[in-house]
Design a protein around this ligand. Structure first.
Ligand code: ZN
Ligand code: ZN
Length: 367
């Protein structure tokens, strides 16, 4: 039977970037970020560069990827360079692509280009104006396609399966590391960990970004799992806090407050709502509960090919939620010396509200 393989709309993505070039008054751009390159042409290797002008797009890599790119890279020309991509930049070809335009304005990705590489480019690109740009491709990456959403949903399912397996192992004496290892072993069957797993127990829970360590679980601990699988390139991100034995009354109260703060924020979300407003909804609720000072990070972030993408659900954000955004909503309260609670879901923003990818229970769980 003939199976139809549906390709990502690479040509369309490149065309959208070309429209942005016009808007930004750029004649071309050098794409250095590997996830941006993957988004634009499908390449998954570790050495690559893309040059996109208003009319053309070329992907460059080295000999090692010659075979891989035959089928993988789509929607643009592809070339193998004999030497390092940046120290022997294809200047003559770029000039041809630009049709001999004088002092072309060429964007470079300031967040993805080392200073050493920037200097190499500047030495070779005489007569060009190099313009540092931010977030052009990240803006495009916000609006997830149906196939991207399907991958993210699968990534989330795997994450929850791993979480459920780990819960069965929670008992006094087991270390945080053992639990993280179990989770990541499971991820490896399907993909890879999207980020180093956080398993933070007892007083470690007061550190929002604690790594899983050698601490052994004890009765009375709150245990925060912040985990995510990366499946076919796309990340999941979820946090749950569970209790081993009867919770401390203060932490129980904190748990209910964090959960309510999250529910209120989720209820306030839909396309068109300013990101900072969603952050404020959760923050105000925790302030009312006298816990605001213990919620020191922003409410959430976009997720996709990377675990931290646009937009930011933060007090300082000037972004507005758009249909197709996938973002996390993760209020947390951290009591120094005592422990912490964070609850994180990953949701799709729609024109009328949200679709929540995260199905794992949020009722207070005592093991
Ligand atoms: Zn997380
Ligand atoms: Zn997160």
């Amino acid at each position: 039977m003939c199976r139809v393989i549906k390709f990502e709309p690479m040509k369309k993505r490149i065309a959208q970037l070309q429209e942005q070039l016009v808007r930004e008054r750029l004649d071309g751009i050098i794409i250095s970020g590997l996830n941006n390159i993957r988004y634009l042409c499908g390449y998954t290797g570790s050495n690559g560069m893309m040059v996109v002008t208003r009319r053309a797009a070329v992907f460059y890599t080295d000999f090692r990827y010659q075979e891989q790119i035959k089928t993988e890279v789509r929607g643009c020309d592809k070339k193998i360079l004999e030497r390092d991509l940046y120290s022997s930049f294809p200047v003559a070809e770029l000039r041809r692509m630009l049709g001999g335009k004088r002092t072309p304005r060429l964007g470079v990705e300031e967040g993805n280009l080392s200073l050493a590489r920037f200097r190499m480019l500047r030495r070779q690109l005489k007569g060009f104006r190099l313009i540092p740009v931010r977030d052009l491709v990240l803006e495009l990456r916000r609006r997830k396609s149906r196939s991207e959403l399907a991958r993210m949903q699968r990534a989330q399912e795997i994450t929850e399966q791993a979480f459920n397996r780990a819960l069965r192992l929670v008992k006094p004496g087991i270390t945080e590391q053992d639990l993280a290892l179990e989770i990541e072993f499971y991820f490896r069957r399907f993909g890879e960990p999207a980020f180093p797993s956080i398993v933070a127990s007892g007083e470690n829970g007061a550190k929002p970004h604690a790594r899983a360590g050698v601490r052994r679980l004890k009765k009375g601990d709150a245990i925060t799992f912040d985990i995510g699988c990366r499946y076919q390139g796309y990340c999941a991100d979820m946090t749950r806090t569970v209790f081993l034995g009867r919770p401390d009354p203060e932490l129980r109260r904190v748990y209910e407050a964090v959960l309510q703060a999250q529910q209120e924020a989720l209820g306030a979300m839909k396309a068109g709502v300013p990101c900072k407003f969603v952050d404020l909804v959760a923050r105000e609720y925790l302030n009312q509960q006298g816990l605001g000072q213990f919620f020191g990070h922003s409410l959430g972030h976009g997720v996709g090919l990377e675990v931290h993408e646009q937009p930011a659900l933060a007090r300082t954000s000037r972004q507005v939620l758009e249909p197709g955004d996938v973002v996390t909503v993760e209020p947390g309260v951290y009591l120094p010396g005592k422990g912490g609670v964070r609850i994180e879901d990953m949701v799709l923003v729609t024109s009328t509200g949200i679709r929540n990818f995260t199905k794992a229970d949020k009722e207070l769980l005592i093991i």
